[in-house]
Design a protein around this ligand. Structure first.
Ligand code: NAD
Length: 308
Protein backbone atom coordinates (compact mmCIF):
# COMPACT_ATOMS: atom_id res chain seq x y z
CA UNK A 1 0.00 0.00 0.00
CA UNK A 2 1.15 3.52 -0.81
CA UNK A 3 2.20 5.96 1.92
CA UNK A 4 0.52 9.36 1.69
CA UNK A 5 2.92 11.93 0.31
CA UNK A 6 0.56 13.86 -1.99
CA UNK A 7 -3.19 14.32 -1.84
CA UNK A 8 -6.12 15.60 -3.88
CA UNK A 9 -9.27 17.16 -2.47
CA UNK A 10 -12.37 17.22 -4.68
CA UNK A 11 -14.74 20.05 -3.75
CA UNK A 12 -13.48 23.47 -2.63
CA UNK A 13 -16.44 24.60 -0.52
CA UNK A 14 -16.57 25.17 3.23
CA UNK A 15 -14.96 21.82 4.13
CA UNK A 16 -12.90 21.01 1.02
CA UNK A 17 -10.92 24.24 1.13
CA UNK A 18 -10.23 23.94 4.85
CA UNK A 19 -9.26 20.26 4.61
CA UNK A 20 -6.85 21.21 1.80
CA UNK A 21 -5.48 23.98 4.04
CA UNK A 22 -5.05 21.49 6.89
CA UNK A 23 -3.09 19.11 4.64
CA UNK A 24 -0.88 21.92 3.38
CA UNK A 25 -0.31 23.13 6.95
CA UNK A 26 1.28 19.75 7.71
CA UNK A 27 3.33 19.89 4.51
CA UNK A 28 1.39 17.60 2.16
CA UNK A 29 1.25 18.93 -1.43
CA UNK A 30 -2.44 19.01 -2.34
CA UNK A 31 -4.44 19.44 -5.53
CA UNK A 32 -7.85 21.04 -5.02
CA UNK A 33 -10.42 20.37 -7.74
CA UNK A 34 -13.96 21.64 -8.20
CA UNK A 35 -16.57 22.00 -10.90
CA UNK A 36 -17.08 25.10 -12.96
CA UNK A 37 -20.64 26.09 -11.95
CA UNK A 38 -23.29 25.69 -14.65
CA UNK A 39 -26.42 26.62 -12.77
CA UNK A 40 -27.71 29.17 -10.33
CA UNK A 41 -29.96 27.80 -7.58
CA UNK A 42 -33.30 29.42 -6.74
CA UNK A 43 -31.82 30.75 -3.50
CA UNK A 44 -28.89 32.30 -5.36
CA UNK A 45 -31.22 33.81 -7.97
CA UNK A 46 -33.28 35.38 -5.17
CA UNK A 47 -30.11 37.08 -3.98
CA UNK A 48 -29.51 38.47 -7.49
CA UNK A 49 -26.51 36.20 -8.11
CA UNK A 50 -25.81 35.38 -11.77
CA UNK A 51 -23.87 32.48 -13.25
CA UNK A 52 -21.11 34.90 -14.15
CA UNK A 53 -20.86 36.11 -10.52
CA UNK A 54 -20.73 32.51 -9.39
CA UNK A 55 -18.02 31.50 -11.85
CA UNK A 56 -15.95 34.51 -10.88
CA UNK A 57 -16.46 33.82 -7.18
CA UNK A 58 -15.43 30.18 -7.64
CA UNK A 59 -12.36 31.27 -9.54
CA UNK A 60 -11.50 33.66 -6.75
CA UNK A 61 -11.96 30.96 -4.14
CA UNK A 62 -9.98 28.50 -6.22
CA UNK A 63 -7.19 30.67 -7.49
CA UNK A 64 -6.73 32.92 -4.54
CA UNK A 65 -6.39 30.41 -1.77
CA UNK A 66 -4.90 33.35 0.04
CA UNK A 67 -8.49 33.85 1.26
CA UNK A 68 -7.74 30.92 3.55
CA UNK A 69 -5.07 33.01 5.22
CA UNK A 70 -7.52 35.84 5.84
CA UNK A 71 -10.06 33.86 7.81
CA UNK A 72 -9.96 34.63 11.51
CA UNK A 73 -8.07 32.66 12.61
CA UNK A 74 -6.63 31.54 9.28
CA UNK A 75 -7.28 28.02 7.96
CA UNK A 76 -3.93 28.17 6.26
CA UNK A 77 -1.82 28.65 9.35
CA UNK A 78 1.51 28.00 7.64
CA UNK A 79 1.18 30.74 5.07
CA UNK A 80 4.44 30.02 3.31
CA UNK A 81 3.02 26.60 2.36
CA UNK A 82 0.44 28.18 0.07
CA UNK A 83 2.46 27.07 -2.94
CA UNK A 84 1.81 23.45 -1.95
CA UNK A 85 -1.80 23.89 -3.12
CA UNK A 86 -2.53 23.46 -6.82
CA UNK A 87 -6.03 24.22 -8.04
CA UNK A 88 -7.85 22.84 -11.01
CA UNK A 89 -11.22 21.84 -12.37
CA UNK A 90 -12.94 18.52 -12.29
CA UNK A 91 -13.40 18.29 -16.06
CA UNK A 92 -9.93 19.10 -17.38
CA UNK A 93 -7.51 18.26 -14.61
CA UNK A 94 -8.44 14.71 -13.66
CA UNK A 95 -5.04 13.35 -14.65
CA UNK A 96 -3.76 14.99 -11.44
CA UNK A 97 -5.51 12.15 -9.58
CA UNK A 98 -3.02 9.75 -11.08
CA UNK A 99 -0.19 11.39 -9.17
CA UNK A 100 -1.52 11.38 -5.63
CA UNK A 101 -1.68 8.80 -2.85
CA UNK A 102 -4.92 9.94 -1.21
CA UNK A 103 -8.05 11.41 -2.84
CA UNK A 104 -10.66 12.96 -0.56
CA UNK A 105 -14.14 13.67 -1.91
CA UNK A 106 -15.74 16.74 -0.30
CA UNK A 107 -18.59 17.65 -2.68
CA UNK A 108 -22.25 18.32 -1.86
CA UNK A 109 -24.02 15.83 0.41
CA UNK A 110 -25.83 13.93 -2.35
CA UNK A 111 -25.36 10.23 -3.10
CA UNK A 112 -25.80 10.50 -6.88
CA UNK A 113 -23.37 13.42 -7.19
CA UNK A 114 -20.80 11.58 -5.07
CA UNK A 115 -21.20 8.36 -7.11
CA UNK A 116 -20.54 10.29 -10.33
CA UNK A 117 -17.41 11.79 -8.79
CA UNK A 118 -16.20 8.31 -7.75
CA UNK A 119 -16.80 6.93 -11.24
CA UNK A 120 -14.32 9.55 -12.51
CA UNK A 121 -11.92 8.93 -9.64
CA UNK A 122 -11.98 5.17 -10.27
CA UNK A 123 -11.10 5.75 -13.92
CA UNK A 124 -8.21 8.10 -13.17
CA UNK A 125 -6.57 6.91 -9.95
CA UNK A 126 -3.61 4.55 -9.83
CA UNK A 127 -4.36 1.15 -8.25
CA UNK A 128 -3.55 1.25 -4.54
CA UNK A 129 -4.46 4.92 -4.11
CA UNK A 130 -6.51 5.51 -0.96
CA UNK A 131 -9.86 7.22 -1.61
CA UNK A 132 -12.15 8.61 1.06
CA UNK A 133 -15.34 10.58 1.45
CA UNK A 134 -15.96 13.41 3.89
CA UNK A 135 -19.69 12.69 3.85
CA UNK A 136 -21.57 13.65 6.98
CA UNK A 137 -23.50 10.43 6.96
CA UNK A 138 -24.34 8.89 3.57
CA UNK A 139 -23.59 5.15 3.41
CA UNK A 140 -19.94 4.61 2.47
CA UNK A 141 -20.88 1.19 1.11
CA UNK A 142 -23.54 2.64 -1.23
CA UNK A 143 -21.23 5.35 -2.56
CA UNK A 144 -18.69 2.85 -3.84
CA UNK A 145 -21.18 0.19 -4.96
CA UNK A 146 -20.38 0.60 -8.68
CA UNK A 147 -16.61 0.96 -8.32
CA UNK A 148 -13.81 -1.52 -9.04
CA UNK A 149 -12.62 -4.06 -6.47
CA UNK A 150 -9.30 -2.26 -6.02
CA UNK A 151 -11.18 0.99 -5.38
CA UNK A 152 -13.43 -0.67 -2.78
CA UNK A 153 -10.44 -2.23 -1.01
CA UNK A 154 -8.87 1.23 -0.61
CA UNK A 155 -12.06 3.19 0.10
CA UNK A 156 -13.39 4.46 3.43
CA UNK A 157 -15.05 7.44 5.09
CA UNK A 158 -12.81 10.09 6.65
CA UNK A 159 -15.19 12.50 8.33
CA UNK A 160 -13.56 15.77 9.39
CA UNK A 161 -15.38 18.25 11.60
CA UNK A 162 -15.86 21.93 10.96
CA UNK A 163 -13.58 23.81 11.26
CA UNK A 164 -10.85 21.18 10.79
CA UNK A 165 -8.20 23.50 12.21
CA UNK A 166 -9.95 23.44 15.61
CA UNK A 167 -11.85 20.22 15.85
CA UNK A 168 -9.69 17.24 16.52
CA UNK A 169 -12.26 14.53 15.92
CA UNK A 170 -11.85 12.41 12.79
CA UNK A 171 -14.34 9.59 12.23
CA UNK A 172 -13.00 6.77 10.08
CA UNK A 173 -15.61 4.54 8.48
CA UNK A 174 -14.50 1.35 6.72
CA UNK A 175 -16.83 -0.86 4.71
CA UNK A 176 -16.73 -4.64 4.61
CA UNK A 177 -14.43 -4.33 1.57
CA UNK A 178 -11.85 -1.92 3.04
CA UNK A 179 -8.53 -3.66 3.62
CA UNK A 180 -7.45 -3.78 7.27
CA UNK A 181 -4.06 -2.31 6.55
CA UNK A 182 -5.73 0.71 4.91
CA UNK A 183 -7.82 1.28 8.06
CA UNK A 184 -4.79 0.85 10.33
CA UNK A 185 -2.67 3.14 8.18
CA UNK A 186 -5.33 5.87 8.11
CA UNK A 187 -5.76 5.68 11.88
CA UNK A 188 -2.05 6.21 12.43
CA UNK A 189 -1.81 8.83 9.70
CA UNK A 190 -4.83 10.71 11.11
CA UNK A 191 -3.33 10.77 14.58
CA UNK A 192 0.37 11.21 13.91
CA UNK A 193 0.40 13.36 10.78
CA UNK A 194 -2.93 15.19 10.87
CA UNK A 195 -3.00 15.59 14.66
CA UNK A 196 -6.51 14.16 14.99
CA UNK A 197 -8.21 11.96 17.55
CA UNK A 198 -9.57 9.07 15.51
CA UNK A 199 -12.77 7.15 16.21
CA UNK A 200 -13.51 4.18 13.95
CA UNK A 201 -17.26 3.98 13.25
CA UNK A 202 -19.71 1.54 11.71
CA UNK A 203 -21.25 2.52 8.38
CA UNK A 204 -24.62 3.42 9.96
CA UNK A 205 -26.68 6.51 8.92
CA UNK A 206 -24.75 9.67 9.97
CA UNK A 207 -22.17 7.47 11.77
CA UNK A 208 -21.86 8.47 15.45
CA UNK A 209 -21.26 12.20 15.98
CA UNK A 210 -23.81 13.47 13.45
CA UNK A 211 -26.39 10.88 14.46
CA UNK A 212 -26.50 12.14 18.02
CA UNK A 213 -25.67 15.74 17.03
CA UNK A 214 -28.54 16.02 14.55
CA UNK A 215 -30.88 14.38 17.03
CA UNK A 216 -29.81 16.88 19.70
CA UNK A 217 -30.40 19.83 17.41
CA UNK A 218 -33.84 18.62 16.32
CA UNK A 219 -34.94 18.07 19.90
CA UNK A 220 -33.53 21.46 20.93
CA UNK A 221 -35.60 23.17 18.22
CA UNK A 222 -38.72 21.29 19.28
CA UNK A 223 -38.28 22.29 22.93
CA UNK A 224 -37.38 25.86 21.94
CA UNK A 225 -40.67 26.21 20.08
CA UNK A 226 -42.71 24.53 22.84
CA UNK A 227 -41.07 26.66 25.54
CA UNK A 228 -41.15 29.91 23.56
CA UNK A 229 -37.37 30.37 23.95
CA UNK A 230 -35.42 32.54 21.55
CA UNK A 231 -32.45 31.63 19.35
CA UNK A 232 -30.37 34.03 21.47
CA UNK A 233 -31.43 32.33 24.69
CA UNK A 234 -30.57 28.89 23.36
CA UNK A 235 -27.18 30.10 22.18
CA UNK A 236 -26.43 31.81 25.46
CA UNK A 237 -26.91 28.57 27.42
CA UNK A 238 -25.09 26.37 24.90
CA UNK A 239 -21.95 28.40 24.16
CA UNK A 240 -19.02 29.96 25.99
CA UNK A 241 -20.94 30.29 29.28
CA UNK A 242 -20.89 26.51 29.60
CA UNK A 243 -17.30 26.16 28.47
CA UNK A 244 -17.71 25.65 24.72
CA UNK A 245 -14.94 27.77 23.23
CA UNK A 246 -16.90 29.88 20.78
CA UNK A 247 -19.83 28.20 19.14
CA UNK A 248 -23.29 27.63 20.45
CA UNK A 249 -26.18 25.72 18.87
CA UNK A 250 -27.34 28.11 16.13
CA UNK A 251 -23.93 29.73 15.61
CA UNK A 252 -22.63 26.25 14.86
CA UNK A 253 -25.44 25.72 12.38
CA UNK A 254 -24.43 28.92 10.59
CA UNK A 255 -20.85 27.66 10.33
CA UNK A 256 -21.95 24.21 9.12
CA UNK A 257 -24.35 25.67 6.50
CA UNK A 258 -28.12 25.19 6.80
CA UNK A 259 -28.24 23.57 3.36
CA UNK A 260 -25.73 20.96 4.49
CA UNK A 261 -27.64 20.44 7.75
CA UNK A 262 -30.86 19.78 5.77
CA UNK A 263 -29.08 17.16 3.63
CA UNK A 264 -27.65 15.52 6.74
CA UNK A 265 -30.96 15.39 8.62
CA UNK A 266 -32.80 14.14 5.52
CA UNK A 267 -30.18 11.48 5.06
CA UNK A 268 -30.75 9.95 8.47
CA UNK A 269 -34.55 10.34 8.15
CA UNK A 270 -34.53 8.40 4.87
CA UNK A 271 -32.38 5.63 6.29
CA UNK A 272 -34.11 4.92 9.61
CA UNK A 273 -37.12 2.64 9.51
CA UNK A 274 -38.83 3.52 12.79
CA UNK A 275 -41.63 6.08 12.13
CA UNK A 276 -41.23 7.93 15.43
CA UNK A 277 -37.49 8.28 14.83
CA UNK A 278 -38.21 9.48 11.27
CA UNK A 279 -40.46 12.18 12.72
CA UNK A 280 -37.64 13.46 14.93
CA UNK A 281 -35.51 14.16 11.87
CA UNK A 282 -38.19 16.22 10.02
CA UNK A 283 -36.75 19.60 9.06
CA UNK A 284 -38.42 22.41 11.06
CA UNK A 285 -40.42 24.75 8.80
CA UNK A 286 -38.44 27.85 9.72
CA UNK A 287 -35.15 26.20 8.73
CA UNK A 288 -36.70 25.07 5.42
CA UNK A 289 -37.83 28.68 4.78
CA UNK A 290 -34.38 30.05 5.57
CA UNK A 291 -32.80 27.64 3.08
CA UNK A 292 -35.34 28.63 0.39
CA UNK A 293 -34.44 32.28 0.95
CA UNK A 294 -30.72 31.52 0.69
CA UNK A 295 -30.07 32.33 4.37
CA UNK A 296 -27.84 29.32 4.69
CA UNK A 297 -25.29 30.64 7.14
CA UNK A 298 -21.79 32.12 7.13
CA UNK A 299 -21.01 31.12 3.53
CA UNK A 300 -23.97 33.28 2.38
CA UNK A 301 -23.14 35.95 4.99
CA UNK A 302 -26.69 35.50 6.34
CA UNK A 303 -28.04 32.78 8.56
CA UNK A 304 -29.23 33.04 12.15
CA UNK A 305 -26.57 35.75 12.39
CA UNK A 306 -25.18 38.20 9.86
CA UNK A 307 -21.56 37.51 9.03
CA UNK A 308 -19.59 40.69 9.55
P1 NAD B 1 -20.26 23.32 0.27
O1 NAD B 1 -21.63 23.55 -0.22
O2 NAD B 1 -19.53 24.42 0.95
O3 NAD B 1 -19.32 22.82 -0.94
C1 NAD B 1 -19.72 21.79 -1.81
C2 NAD B 1 -18.81 21.77 -3.02
O4 NAD B 1 -19.32 20.76 -3.92
C3 NAD B 1 -18.82 23.11 -3.79
O5 NAD B 1 -17.50 23.58 -3.92
C4 NAD B 1 -19.44 22.73 -5.14
O6 NAD B 1 -18.87 23.44 -6.24
C5 NAD B 1 -19.18 21.24 -5.24
N1 NAD B 1 -20.15 20.58 -6.11
C6 NAD B 1 -21.47 20.89 -6.24
N2 NAD B 1 -22.04 20.11 -7.18
C7 NAD B 1 -21.07 19.29 -7.63
C8 NAD B 1 -21.02 18.28 -8.63
N3 NAD B 1 -22.12 17.96 -9.34
N4 NAD B 1 -19.87 17.64 -8.85
C9 NAD B 1 -18.75 17.98 -8.14
N5 NAD B 1 -18.72 18.96 -7.22
C10 NAD B 1 -19.87 19.59 -6.97
O7 NAD B 1 -20.37 22.01 1.19
P2 NAD B 1 -19.46 21.58 2.43
O8 NAD B 1 -20.07 22.13 3.66
O9 NAD B 1 -18.04 21.83 2.12
O10 NAD B 1 -19.76 20.00 2.45
C11 NAD B 1 -19.05 19.10 1.61
C12 NAD B 1 -19.14 17.70 2.19
O11 NAD B 1 -18.58 17.69 3.52
C13 NAD B 1 -20.57 17.18 2.32
O12 NAD B 1 -20.58 15.81 2.10
C14 NAD B 1 -20.91 17.51 3.77
O13 NAD B 1 -21.93 16.70 4.29
C15 NAD B 1 -19.58 17.22 4.43
N6 NAD B 1 -19.35 17.89 5.72
C16 NAD B 1 -19.72 19.19 5.91
C17 NAD B 1 -19.47 19.80 7.14
C18 NAD B 1 -19.86 21.22 7.40
O14 NAD B 1 -19.81 21.65 8.57
N7 NAD B 1 -20.24 22.01 6.41
C19 NAD B 1 -18.83 19.09 8.17
C20 NAD B 1 -18.43 17.76 7.92
C21 NAD B 1 -18.71 17.17 6.71
Amino acid sequence: MKRIRKAAVIGSGVMGSSIAAHLVNVGIPTTLLDIVPNEVTAAEKAKGLTLQDKAVRNRIVNQSLKSLTKQKPAALTVKENIDLITVGNLEDDLEALNEVDWIIEVVVENLEVKKKVFEKVDAHRKPGTIVSSNTSGISIHDMSADCSDDFKAHFLGTHFFNPPRYLKLLEIIPTEYTKNDVVEYMKTFGEDVLGKGVVVCKDTPNFIANRIGTYGLQVTVEEMIKGGFTIGEIDSVSGPLIGRPKSATFRTLDVVGLDTFVHVANNVREQVSDESEKAVFEIPDFIQTMVEKGWIGSKAKQGFYLKK
